[in-house]
Design a binder for this molecule. Structure first.
Ligand code: ADP
Length: 247
């Protein structure tokens, strides 16, 4: 089975920067897996997922998509396979339907409803009439941060991407909604590979693999339990969050 993504000695340096933001690493992702990416602010999480989405070219090493070097594939081809939800949720002016059709012009209302359902954004559908509510057009500025995040995730899901990247995209959601969203993605998408970037252990702890980033280095790769046993950086992140919850 060829991995959907493979990193081989992959590293990245921002233009003009003196040192690597992502140090060379190896990692393979199987189709359908959920990968958690955790680390403090500035540890390199966003840079790492931006490389997957081909927003930047790797400085050295390779990223393979289904066994093919991404450099041999058009960036648009790769981006077409990926639903990238950036840290800062943004909707453009226009109707909810226009927003949802971004990237998939021929999306049917059925597809849009399903995406809104998975992303826990049901309040935008008139359930009785099965009609989209056009609230964005009317008063988009009144949407909360959490509503914007859920709609931005829905917009990525409408395209049914092979790879979904949520770059801290659930940070404004409460724990219960975040959990329901992750469960719905797992249950309602067909073998989608999901990257969950977060500073919250609760968001990534059930992932198949967790990458721990520390100052651009992969400080550990494993499941929550494996890392909890053997990885100092991960243990410290968990301990500080437990202390925060108790305080
Ligand atoms: P995280 O997502 O974990 O907060 P980032 O990937 O955003 O981390 O940042 C990692 C490092 O790269 C930080 O030191 C940050 O200052 C630097 N960095 C991020 N974006 C750029 C950029 N466009 N140009 C130069 N340096 C950057």
């Amino acid at each position: 089975d060829t991995p959907i993504l493979e990193f081989k000695d992959t590293s990245f340096v921002y233009h003009g920067a003196r040192k690597e933001t992502i140090h060379p690493f190896d990692f393979a992702v199987k189709e359908g897996e959920t990968i958690g990416v955790i680390g403090g602010t500035g540890s390199g999480k966003s840079t790492f997922v931006s490389l997957i989405a081909r927003l930047y070219d790797v400085t050295s090493g390779r990223i393979l998509y289904r066994g093919v070097d991404e450099k041999e594939l058009k960036p648009e081809f790769i981006r077409g396979k990926i639903g990238f939800v950036p840290q800062k949720a943004s909707l453009f002016e226009g109707s909810l339907r226009d927003n949802m059709k971004w990237g998939k012009e021929d999306a049917t209302d059925e597809e849009i409803y399903q995406a809104l359902d998975i992303s826990q954004a049901r309040e935008f559908v008139d359930q009785k009439e099965q009609r989209l509510d056009f609230r964005i057009e009317q008063n988009g500025g009144n949407l909360s941060g959490g509503q914007k995040q859920r709609l931005t995730i829905a917009r990525a899901l409408v395209r049914k991407p092979e790879i979904l990247i949520l770059d801290d995209s659930a940070s404004a959601l409460d724990f219960a909604t975040d959990a329901r969203l992750r469960k719905a993605i797992k249950e309602n998408t067909d073998n989608m590979t999901v990257f969950l970037v977060s500073q919250r252990v609760s968001t990534i702890r059930n992932a198949d693999h967790i990458l721990v980033l520390d100052d651009g280095k992969i400080a550990g790769i494993g499941t929550h339990l494996q890392l909890l046993k053997g990885n100092q950086v991960y243990k410290e992140i968990c301990a500080s969050q437990m202390a925060g919850e108790e305080a």
